[in-house]
Write a protein that binds this ligand. Structure first.
Ligand code: DLL
Length: 436
């Protein structure tokens, strides 16, 4: 598969390291001069560009986290006056104010370049028609993909999320060959097509899907590939760094290549903050090396993964990150047990007749122990007509398997088709009703 920017994406690792250090040295004085938050942080940590001589020195630099961004909301992280900012995006947090990203004209060009690399990595060319069902608006997904798709010369259909029936019709009419959306919305599109009597695999030309913006397991990949008849690629990114375009899988599907000449990645121990060696699991941290409007130093993503610098058969030399394994802050503590939502997904989807639609509900009645409920849809054929014997057996099996993996019991509710709410963007899997 052709590489969009071979010069950068196959740079020998030693040279990549040198380039990163050089870019970091250029960035630090600019940040200290333009952003009071960084001026203060650098002074406190007693660091300056001349002390950064190799990547090992990175550890001297202070971290940035979501709290810092909130403290200087909305534009306090910008290095340039607003007249040089041509675009604002934001991601809606679960509470309070959104997280803001700002882009100069050069940043938009950089983003387009990173997104062109991304779609090219999934084999997209000017001959493709991209049905882009990521949300357009403040969310970075829609417009991020739009930039990359146009740069490679593909035909982009800026459909955004929602009105799913219409999406199915237009995918067929316009001959979409690539589908881009969240993995949960991909399933919704497949389901809607089935309801309309459209045989997705036969009638659609879609051969590639680029799915991300939310966690999804390998099992979920298999479900989507089987239902939609396409090759699914995982893509990772976040608003604070640039949006999508930070990392994406290549045809080897053995991790997501990070655009390291622009985004320097580290893994740290989330408790001690100490950097961890390659291959170890921890919190992913990014330093943006070339962004103009809103560079970040050692930004703590809260996403847990591992990094792999070994060469990849695709020819790229850039470091690969594993699928996101979870977030440092999404672990639920239920009756004292640590519960990871993604482990629940993995367990559920390994069971036959369980559909990839689920929700986890945690609650606590006054003075009572926490309750953990897992609501999951069972295969439609078990309801037509209703087969209580098999449903009971299935419920029992799900309960036993969950208890084995989680170490505590969950009360399992098997639901009929379509009873779990569908999402057009990021799915909401966990409902925590406890007042903690
Ligand atoms: O979700 C950017 C994006 C758009 C990525 C389109 C991929 C495709 P935010 O809304 O700021 O940005 O959310 C970022 O979403 O810290 C992760 O927790 C999660 N996330 C993003 N991609 C993945 C992925 C966009 N492939 C947050 N797997 C990140 C798991 C992901 N989690």
């Amino acid at each position: 598969m052709p590489i969009w920017n071979p010069e950068c994406e196959t740079l020998p690792r030693e040279q990549m390291g040198q380039l990163q250090v050089q870019r970091l040295q250029e960035l630090l004085p600019r940040l200290a001069a333009c952003v009071p938050l960084y001026r203060q942080k650098f002074a406190q940590a007693n660091v300056s560009a001349d002390r950064i001589k190799s990547l090992d020195d990175l550890r001297q630099l202070p971290f940035t986290d979501k709290r810092d961004l909130r403290d200087v909301y909305p534009f306090g992280m910008f290095t340039v006056p607003l007249e040089q900012v041509v675009r604002i995006h934001a991601s809606s947090g679960t509470t309070g104010k959104p997280t803001v990203g700002g882009y100069t004209r050069a940043d938009v060009a950089l983003w387009a370049e990173c997104m062109a690399r991304t779609v090219a990595s999934a084999g997209v060319t000017s001959r493709d028609v991209i049905h882009n069902a990521y949300g357009y608006g403040l969310f970075t997904g829609g417009l991020g993909f739009h930039l990359g798709a146009e740069l490679v010369g593909a035909t982009v259909v800026p459909i955004s999320g929602g009105l799913t029936r219409r999406q199915v019709m237009l995918m067929e009419d316009f001959g979409a060959t690539v589908l881009t959306c969240t993995p949960s919305y991909a399933l919704v599109i497949g389901e809607e097509a089935a309801d309309m009597g459209v045989d997705f695999k036969r009638r659609m030309k879609v051969r590639v899907g680029i799915f991300g913006a939310e966690p999804w397991s390998e099992r979920m990949r298999l479900e989507i590939e089987a239902k939609l008849g396409l090759e699914a690629f995982d893509i990772y990114g976040l608003t604070e760094v640039i949006g999508p375009g930070v990392a994406v899988e290549c045809e080897q599907h053995n991790g997501m290549h990070i655009n390291e000449d622009h985004f320097l990645a580290e893994i740290i121990d989330p408790d001690s903050g100490e950097p961890l060696p390659a291959g170890e699991e921890g919190e992913l941290v990014f330093t943006t090396l070339t962004k103009e409007a809103m560079p970040v130093i050692r930004y703590r993503t809260r996403d847990r993964t591992r990094l792999h610098p070994e060469p990849c058969a695709c020819g790229r030399t850039t470091v690969r990150m594993d699928k996101v394994l979870g977030r440092t802050d999404d672990m639920l503590i239920v009756r004292g047990a640590n519960i990871f939502p993604q482990l629940i997904e993995k367990t559920l989807l390994s069971i036959e007749d369980i559909e990839p639609h689920y929700q986890i509900v945690v609650d606590r009645a006054k003075d009572q122990l926490d309750t953990l409920e897992v609501w999951v849809e069972a295969a439609p054929h078990l309801f037509q007509p209703i087969d209580t014997r098999r449903l009971d057996a299935l419920q029992n099996r799900v309960s036993v398997e969950l208890a084995q993996t989680l170490g505590i019991t969950a009360s399992v509710k098997l639901m009929g088709p379509k009873s779990i709410q569908r999402s057009e963007g990021k799915a909401k899997r966990v409902i925590d009703k406890r007042e903690l």
